[in-house]
Design a protein around this ligand. Structure first.
Ligand code: PLP
Length: 586
């Protein structure tokens, strides 16, 4: 923008932004800077050429994130770029925004309900006597990725466990009628009213849910906790009670004391070395807090962001159920209005399946069909609605499947939506989607993909990805031997990611490698990882290996804290710890 040209309606820049903003190899910010006059067609063309060149180049070498770049939507779907398709509101209600794709959305949701062993189709009322409609699933396609699904799960769980319920304002019509008597038109605004059950005197904690998630959890969960003002077990317990976990006996092998706070409480539930949640510690913590009457939200990870580990959800649930039963939290009755009762669980189990929920069902099929071999003592970690205690699952659509933009699925059961389910007269329309306007194109993307790929196809794809992941593991070990440098190579069981010592910045940029800082036995280490998604080829891996075999591919690391000035507040209560490393997806 020309500094000297005066236009009283807009501000001129105070500095040249192209000098302040990050330098991007191959891109000159000046080519993209917009002006009040738009850009000339030559300038536009030149910018678009650079854009194409840049994105293509980065796409070809893309290895660091779990985002499939092999997309094939252009032919059949490109015309819909000139439609605004909006699935606003509940996917199972038509609504008046008829330019929507909710019919395709419902088909995609049914597909995943079936794949995740939920009861389908969705029903919001009985269709015949004795119908178990409340056990049917409910869900929607997310406009964001799993971040939105995780927020939605925590929001739902906070209110469900927190003893909130919804009633329709049945008197709205009467009130409006009265108010209109002087001749004004008044809207009969039927509202959904949230009510809050009071905690009984003998248990003041009864409606204060607290959350448990492992140290390998994606930061979207932590962010959601802040947004929703949800407490973690650490916030409630640390500094007030003695931690029920004793170091090191109650911690997994290799756990670093750096992860304990000054009161010897872990900030998050400890993870095993492979990144999966350490079940004995989880069970102890849940026991400790449910004994005090707190309802609990447990977040499981199915494909952790950095290590790609799958929590053994089935086993964890098996160990938690007796604890919940013992402490009267497996099921409880809430009197939401005089003489009116709702039966609810005192826990919420959410599965963050951003990556894994999309393909692990196919991997399970592959194992059953002997298309993939594991040790004889390997037990497939079941995570879905076959476990009847699971409340919700979220999944990202742009990771394994691949989509041009973030999208995903949130799924729960009708009975966990916020409504007194035993009292049809009281029911308002269910508390539904987090977003208002919702991306209706995403439903078409997912529908397109699923209609083009049979289960058999997807099983074969997953087997191929696993084979390539083993190849990478092998190639890295060969490289380690060749360059005679310890590379800390690791792959969690059946993970589509392999982690190793952090590479130099040029390699990181070329392959878009995400990084992570981990403590191992008290030592800080910087890691890179790569993800094997459908677009990754053996040739690309070989090119990476070649780059990694060059001199200075692995810069020396210092096992020390950086020399930054740290401010530690002594008098303020720390309410939450927000990991500012990306845990792999930043
Ligand atoms: C990627 C990821 C998320 C966040 O998903 P987005 O689609 O980026 O919003 C959440 N949890 C896990 C485990 C992830 O890997």
């Amino acid at each position: 923008m020309d500094k000297n040209k005066s236009n009283s309606n807009i501000t001129p820049p105070t500095e040249d932004p192209s000098e302040l903003y990050p330098q991007v190899p191959g891109i000159d910010y000046k080519d993209f800077q917009l002006s009040p006059d738009g850009l000339s067609s030559e300038k536009r063309k030149s910018a678009l050429d650079k854009l194409k060149e840049y994105e293509n180049k980065q796409k070809i070498h893309f290895l660091g994130y779990q985002a499939n770049q092999k997309l094939d939507y252009e032919n059949e779907l490109k015309e819909y770029l000139n439609f605004h398709i909006n699935n606003i509101g509940d996917p199972f209600k038509s609504g008046n925004f008829t330019l929507n794709s909710k019919f395709a959305e419902r088909a995609v949701l049914d597909y995943f309900a079936s794949l995740w062993n939920a009861q389908w189709p969705h029903q919001d009322k009985p269709s015949r006597d004795g119908d178990d409609w409340q056990n049917s699933y409910w869900g929607y396609i997310l406009s964001m990725g799993s971040t939105e699904g995780n927020i939605n799960a925590l929001w739902n769980s906070r209110d469900y466990l927190g003893g909130k319920f919804i009633l329709v304002d049945a008197e709205a019509g009467e009130v409006a009628k009265e108010a209109s008597i002087n001749g004004r038109s008044v809207k009969a605004q039927k509202s959904l009213n949230y009510y809050q059950v009071q905690a009984p005197k003998e248990n003041p904690n009864a409606y204060t849910p607290i959350a448990f998630y492992s140290q390998d959890t994606h930061y979207s969960i932590v962010k959601a906790m802040r947004v929703l003002n949800y407490s973690t077990f650490n916030e409630i317990g640390s500094g007030k009670f003695e931690c029920p976990l004793k170091f090191p006996k109650d911690y997994p092998k290799g756990f670093s004391e750096q992860y304990l706070d000054k009161y010897n409480w872990p900030l998050e539930v400890p993870s095993n070395e492979d990144g999966s949640i350490f079940i004995p510690a989880l069970a102890k913590l849940v026991d400790f807090f449910t004994t005090m009457g707190y309802p609990v939200h447990v977040n499981f990870n199915y494909g952790t962001t950095f290590k790609g580990a799958y929590d053994d959800v089935k086993e964890a649930v098996k160990q938690l159920v007796p604890v919940l039963e013992k402490n009267n939290m497996y099921e409880r009755t809430i009197e939401y209005s005089k003489g009116k009762f709702d039966t609810r669980t005192g826990f919420w189990f959410h599965v963050d399946g951003a990556l894994g929920a999309a393909y692990m069902p196919f991997l399970e099929m592959a194992l059953k069909e002997n298309k993939l071999q594991m040790d004889s003592n390997y037990r497939f970690p079941i995570f879905d609605f076959r476990i009847k205690e699971i409340h919700s699952i979220s999944m990202s659509g742009h990771k394994f499947i691949g989509a041009p933009w973030p999208c995903g699925i949130y799924m729960t059961k009708v009975k966990y939506q916020l409504q007194p389910p035993d009292d049809p007269m009281y029911i308002g329309s269910p508390d539904t989607t987090f977003a208002g306007s919702r991306n209706g194109f995403s439903a078409l993307i997912l529908w397109d993909y699923l209609s083009k790929n049979s289960h058999k196809n997807l099983v074969d794809k997953v087997v191929k990805l696993n084979t390539l992941a083993s190849y990478v593991d092998h190639a890295l070990h060969k490289l380690q031997e060749k360059i005679d440098t310890e590379l800390w190579i690791e792959r969690s069981p059946l993970a589509l990611t392999i982690r190793f010592k952090q590479a130099n910045p040029d390699i990181i940029f070329k392959y878009s490698l995400s990084g992570e800082e981990l403590y191992v036995n008290g030592h800080k280490r910087l890691y890179s990882h790569i993800y094997i998604m459908e677009h990754v080829t053996k040739e690309l891996i070989d090119e990476l290996m070649l780059d990694l075999s060059k001199k200075n591919a692995f810069p020396a690391q210092e096992d020390e804290e950086e020399n930054s000035i740290k401010y530690i507040s002594t008098d303020a209560k720390k309410i939450i710890h927000i990991p500012h490393t990306g845990r792999g997806f930043k």
